[in-house]
Design a protein around this ligand. Sequence first.
Ligand code: AMP
Length: 306
Amino acid sequence: MSLLVVGSVAFDAIETPFGKTDKIIGGAATYISLSSSYFTEQVNLIAVVGEDFPKSDIELLESHGVDTEGLQIKKGEKSFFWSGKYHNDMNTRDTLVTELNVLGNFDPIVPEAYQDCEYLMLGNLSPKVQSTVISRLKKRPKLIVMDTMNFWMDIALDDLKETMTMVDVLSINDEEARQLSGEYSLVKASKKIMAMGPKYLIIKKGEHGALLFHGSKVFLAPALPLEEVFDPTGAGDTFAGGFIGYLASTNDISFENMKRAIIYGSAMASFCVEKFGTERISNLPEKELKSRVKEFIDLVQFEVTV
Ligand code: AMP
C-alpha cells in the first residue's frame, strides 16, 4: 500500500553523555522514511532542504527505496538545523538550537504520482504544512497519523488543534500529552486529547515503552531494556515509521493490528538508540529485526491462571 511521509529533513548536532556529533543527517521524515522502508517497498517523501544538504544523504534515502520527487532543494537557502543535549538519564533532553531556515516558508507540493497515497504519516513539522498536505490530496488516505512536539504547541497551538481534527492517530510523548491536555494523569490526558479529534492516541514514554489509546481501550507496549542507550534522537520518529510501515504493509487498521504495529515500531526504535543518529537504522539486516521482535514477545509473555 502506498505510503506518503511528510516531515523535516535536517541537520542535527547531538550531545549525549557518550559523545558529541557535528552536523549529521537527521529530521523526523528521515527517521520515519528509513524505518518504514523495512516494511514497504516504496516510501514517497515530501520535505524541503537547502542547497547545503549533501547529495550523499539524499542518496542514502533513495537507496532505501525512498522516492525523493517530493523533496524540494532550495537554491541559496539553508537546511533546517536542530541541536539537542541529553541529560544523564537519556530520557530527557534540552533543545539547544532550532533554526527553521527552509522550513520557515515551506510550501509542500504533492507530486501527481503521490496522489494515490493510502497511508499518510505527518512527521514533525509545522502543523500548517501538515494540514496543507492533507488538503492537497484529492482523496483522503485510509489512515492519517500525525506526530508533533512541544515546539509547535508553544508557537502554533491553534494550527496544531485544527490539524488534529483532520487525523486518525496522534503520536506524542508523555510530556507533550501533559502539556496539550493540562492533565498529569495520562489516562485523563488521553480522553481530553481524543476529544480534540484523533480517535487513536499513542503516548511514547521513552525507556518505559508506549501506550495506545482508543475509546476505552488501552494497550501498553514495553521498550526493550537495553544495556546501553547511546543516542535517543529520532527514536520517536523511528517508532512512528515502524508503526505506519507495518500497518501499510499489512493493510489492516484494526486495533488488534495496531497493537502489532506498536511492537514493530518499538523494535525499530530499540535499534535507533544503539548508535548515533541514523547509523543503526541505515543498515539493518532483516534477520536482526525478526529476532528483536521475538525478544519483545518473550519479554511480555507470561502464563497465569485467574
Ligand atoms: P525525536 O527524537 O523522535 O523527537 O526526533 C528528533 C528529530 O526531530 C531530529 O532529527 C530533529 O531534526 C527533528 N526536529 C526537532 N525539532 C523539530 C521541529 N521543531 N520541527 C521538525 N523537526 C524537528
